[in-house]
Design a binder for this molecule. Structure first.
Ligand SMILES: [Fe+2]
Ligand SMILES: [Fe+2]
Length: 454
């Protein structure tokens, strides 16, 4: 598909009115919609990326123009991301890909202590207790020691010479430093807040509701450990916290799909094939949440990537084990985690509403909510309360609101899987969503007959 290219000047420093006027110009003098080539979205200027002080605009399938967050702050780029690499690309072999990633991350590991990303984390999350100060001071010494060792190995030519992470050419100013606009958006993103105490209050309110089902003690303990770890490691860093949460949150869906595949391969159980489809749609949804957090800079620190990706592997196998023993245990655990995610996003949206409304959505959110595979999106809504959700996506506020609503859908589906009512939900959804197409002149059968035939 060929994309037309155009640019809008960076409008962050301009008043909102000017920004609106610019969009009206792009949409046409009388506000008419831009023509679209088939049912496809367009990201204007996507061929060579935004230049200095210029940002992309997105043309939705309905022809309306949307602002896009000017820059992508993610660590990954190209084939490490969806919508940046080619569609359906085949990866290299395991060892070649692993080696490539190891080299990339090893350099980032060295940079993490040579240019001390840990002090940045400490500034965002300063220790408040005696124990916290003690461990921060010990950590500082370890980082200093590793940096000195790295310098020494470099001097002995054991390791190659290390340079700071360069600012990508398309976003750097003439002095090679980060462009002002990019810094401004980044500082606005870093200014977003999340109060853990208020998240726990929401959690307590949910626990007091009549629908709450107490999980077995070992599941509860594992869940509390996960939440406690998130609170401690990511205080003052909500976007990194969300990135960690999304990295692990999609693992259960991989686990369920793996187990259902195994049962089908062994010839034990095929009735779960429908479930596989739903779990894939849920995983696809989580993948987009993850990429949204990446585009906002959630994966910039080496230490966060290391922790989240290793936790994800551990989490995957734990859920496989739970599912193998009792699917109900596995679904209960997911129900807890999804509930926590809902509370966290709801609280984040409530605390940062004005700041979020002042920022446009990232490209990946527009691709997913405005132009994505709506068949897969509809698969998420298993309980039939709102089978055709079509959320808006005009600002970062809408994006986080949508994510919170998606998490709510995940909770409902996990509850329905845990108590096996998903079977009835799916049957009802099938009956209500499909208008039968009858041959000309045929008489419709009654619903009773239809059920019998079925
Ligand atoms: Fe999510
Ligand atoms: Fe989720």
């Amino acid at each position: 598909m060929s994309l037309r290219t155009a640019r809008r000047p960076s409008t962050l420093a301009q008043p909102r009115r000017t920004r609106q006027a610019l969009l009206v110009l792009l949409q046409g003098q009388k506000g008419e919609k831009l023509p679209t080539e088939s049912y496809k979205s367009h990201l204007l200027s996507s061929q060579d990326g935004p230049g200095h002080g210029e940002c992309d605009v997105f043309i939705a399938p309905d022809g309306n123009v949307r602002e896009v967050l000017c820059y992508d702050y993610g660590f990954r780029s190209g084939f490490g991301r969806l919508y940046q690499g080619g569609d359906g690309e085949i990866p290299k072999g395991f060892f070649a890909l692993g080696w490539e990633n190891y080299r990339k991350e090893f350099k980032q590991l060295r940079r993490s202590f040579r240019y001390n990303e840990y002090s940045d984390i400490r500034n965002l999350n300063p220790p408040t207790t005696f124990l916290g100060r003690l461990s921060a001071s010990a950590g500082k010494k370890v980082v200093g020691g590793l940096a000195a060792l790295d310098r020494q190995l470099e001097d002995w030519s054991v390791l190659p010479r290390l340079t700071p992470q360069p600012v990508p050419a398309d976003i750097a100013g003439e002095d090679g430093e980060m462009h002002n606009d990019r810094q401004e958006i980044r500082s606005r993103l870093r200014d977003l807040q999340l109060d853990d105490e208020l998240v726990w209050k929401r959690e307590e309110a949910r626990e007091a509701s009549p629908e709450w089902v107490k999980a077995p003690w070992f599941i509860q303990a594992f869940y509390i450990l996960l939440c406690w770890g998130l609170d401690k490691l990511y205080a003052g860093r909500p976007l990194q916290r969300f990135w960690f949460l999304e990295t692990v949150a999609r693992m259960p869906y991989f686990s369920y799909i793996s187990m259902l595949h195994l049962y089908e391969s062994l010839g034990w159980w095929r009735a779960g094939a429908e479930l596989r489809r739903i779990h894939f749609a849920e995983e696809w949804n989580e993948l987009h949440h993850l990429q949204i957090m990446e585009s906002l800079g959630g994966d910039q620190y080496w230490v966060d990537r290391f922790l989240a990706q290793h936790a994800a592997v551990f989490y995957y196998w734990t859920v496989v084990l739970f599912f193998a023993i009792s699917p109900s245990w596995a679904y209960t655990f997911s129900e807890l985690v999804e509930g926590h995610a809902t509370d966290t996003y709801d609280e984040f949206v409530a605390q940062n509403a004005d700041k979020l409304k002042a920022l446009p959505p990232p490209r990946v959110a527009l691709e997913y909510y405005m132009a994505g595979d709506l068949y897969l999106f509809d698969e998420l809504q298993t309980t039939g309360t709102d089978p055709k959700r079509r959320p808006s996506c005009n600002s970062l506020y809408d994006v986080f609101r949508n994510i919170a609503d998606d998490e709510r859908e995940h909770v409902k589906t996990m509850t329905a899987c845990r108590d096996y009512s998903i079977v009835d939900d799916l049957a009802r959804k099938k009956l209500t969503s499909k208008e039968p197409t009858l041959p000309k002149g045929a008489t419709p059968v009654s619903s009773t007959t239809a059920s019998l035939v079925k």
